[in-house]
Design a protein around this ligand. Structure first.
Ligand code: EPS
Length: 379
């Protein structure tokens, strides 16, 4: 089993992820992880914290001569803005944050909850996902996330491969696939920021090169669509997840939803084994398993809950009405969410990959992948 946990507070000493069950023998690089960390810090609308931090990963264990050992891999991203011991508590909980509920649940200070609830923790989730992407890349599986809607303004995705999408995304200040819309969206973020407000939106992740049969129909907690939904929903501020057509499928007739099955001998050697679908409304998943088509998943992110023009709240001591607390924050972190969701999706796909092909060594995984493709081609 491939899994990970994280530790660390937003203004604590460091952020850590322990990745367990990563196969042995894969050459690992820190540069692609650092690139993802930098992307996560970027995007138009980010706040002052990102000018303090220069997130970089350190691989603390599980590696020897640049190759994975098969033992747990500890990843570290140090917080430059370490000041937790000096910070005071908050008295006026921010609506939309974990402040009120967390301080009641744990019978403790708001600070103790907000420090861990903060989206700062996604830095090490990105590091873990980025490591998983190096495993996926060994099988020519590519994941890419981008913004498709911001503050109610649609920026529709364009057709293309994952590599083409990544290039387009990396050329956009918003991380959409259409940089010609950047100025319009930046103006919107500026305007909303001046009003002391925040913006959310929708990101999409596509994963290409997937074989048949990752995940299973056989048990609810091993269905890949369910696991992806959990991983994505567990990203801070995500309030909705859809796969393929998603909610739109509910509005259409069956004939307008399900993807016809065709066969193209020319593609028999690719991971889809030659089975092609003229549409991909299922988003690459049927019965909780990958079906050889690209995986397409979207996530809706609510606007950041720390508002410069705060909403109504109460003072926890006096119970009198007062404006919510304001701490330095971002107007919009949707671009970061495109990177975060890309990486948490990649981790779940990698987890399903090792479940199917084993996680002792990369060499054995590759042999089993080849064998499966050969056997499946005979079906
Ligand atoms: C974040 C770091 C945080 C916030 C943001 C995400 O830094 P600070 O709280 O020191 O300004 O910019 O956190 C939140 C949106 C939140 O709600 O806590 C980061 O690195 O992503």
């Amino acid at each position: 089993m491939l899994r990970y946990w994280t530790a660390g507070e937003s203004h604590g000493k460091t952020l850590l992820a322990v990745v367990d069950g990563f196969p042995a023998g894969l050459e690992l690089q820190t540069a692609p992880i650092d690139r993802d960390l930098k992307l996560r810090q970027g995007g138009y609308g980010r706040g002052g914290r990102q000018r303090i931090e220069t997130d970089r990963v350190e691989i603390l264990s599980g590696i020897w001569k640049d190759k994975s050992l098969g033992s747990p891999i500890a990843l570290q991203v140090i917080n430059r803005d370490y000041k937790l011991e000096r910070l005071e508590d908050l008295q006026r909980p921010r609506p939309g944050h974990g402040d009120l509920t967390g301080s009641i649940k744990f019978l403790g200070p708001i600070r103790s909850v907000l420090e861990r609830a903060s989206a700062r923790e996604t830095a090490v989730r990105v590091a873990a996902g980025s490591l998983a992407k190096q495993l996926l890349a060994a099988f020519d599986i590519q994941a890419v996330g981008y913004v498709i809607e911001l503050g109610g303004v649609a920026i529709p995705p364009v057709p293309g491969t994952a590599l083409e999408h990544r290039e387009l995304r990396d050329n956009s200040a918003i991380y959409s696939l259409d940089a010609s819309r950047d100025d319009e969206i930046k103006a919107l973020i500026d305007e909303v920021g001046k009003e002391g407000d925040t913006l959310g939106g929708i990101v999409e992740v596509r994963v290409e090169g997937l074989p048949f049969g990752l995940g299973t129909h056989a048990q609810w907690d091993r269905k890949l669509d369910g696991r992806l939904a959990q991983a994505v929903m567990a990203v801070q501020a995500i309030k909705g997840v859809e796969i393929g057509l998603g909610f739109e499928a509910a509005r259409r007739r069956g004939s307008q939803v399900h993807d016809p099955i065709q066969f193209d001998e020319q593609q028999a050697d690719s991971p889809n084994l030659g089975y092609i679908r003229p549409t991909n409304n299922a988003g690459g998943l049927e019965a909780g398993m990958t079906n050889g088509q690209p995986l397409v998943i979207r996530a809706a992110k609510k606007p950041i809950s720390t508002l410069a023009k705060p909403l109504e709240s109460i003072n926890m001591e006096t119970k009198e009405p007062e404006s919510a607390e304001y701490e330095r924050s971002d107007v919009c972190a949707l671009s970061a969410a495109a990177i975060i969701v890309e990486n948490v999706v990649a981790f779940e796909v990698a987890r399903a990959l090792v479940e199917k092909f084993g996680n002792d060594s990369i060499e054995e995984m590759k042999a089993r992948w080849e064998l499966f493709q050969k056997m499946a081609r005979k079906r």
